[in-house]
Design a protein around this ligand. Sequence first.
Ligand code: AMP
Length: 217
Amino acid sequence: MVSLRSFFSKFFKNTTTAKKSTMINLILFGPPGSGKGTQAAHLVEKYNLLHISTGDLFRSEIGNKTTLGLEAKNYMDKGELVPDTVTINMLKKKVDENPDVKGFIFDGFPRTIPQAESLDAMLLEDGQSITSLLALEVEDKEIVKRLLERAKTSGRSDDADENIIRNRIQVYLKNTAIVAGHYAKSNKSVTVNGIGTIEEVAARLSAAIDKTLVHQS
Ligand code: AMP
């Protein structure tokens, strides 16, 4: 039997596509401990976007003891990246579950070029794109200090061990930093000083986003 929803799906798709042309899709970028999660909380409120952190999604899977969680844990415990296919599928599922949002803040994703290319393709299917990649800059010494401090309350074993932190920084430099270059090709990468109070960094991020939005309109 043909459901009403599938009967009208063509119509729904068209209206959805029209609405989605105004979405704001941000990538909050930077090394571990640069403040992405903290800043995402501010931006979510200000711009009314959905925050998706792949790290949080993996930790939730681990908490629920799913097969995906158990697989991801092996990599996370060492500070290595979870394989692209697993990560991309999980992200895509979360995006597909939220078709009506005004936009997304991607936090901790994309972390590799294949992830960035998949994200671009995924958004393009709906006539969308990344609005801006905002790269928070924080030096290594400060990152180590912040994460060891966070470990006291986060309960995250990957924050508690300096060797694992240093490996995460290396992985960021080797695999992830080039993602900013990918978006720089279309003038979408912006660097933001990540040192300062939460409010100071939030103000810098907002200024960078507002500037992009003015140029876009
Ligand atoms: P985060 O909470 O962003 O610091 O991520 C914690 C850990 O989750 C990382 O060290 C990786 O092991 C894994 N992870 C999170 N996001 C990704 C991603 N986009 N690609 C691969 N692994 C990821």
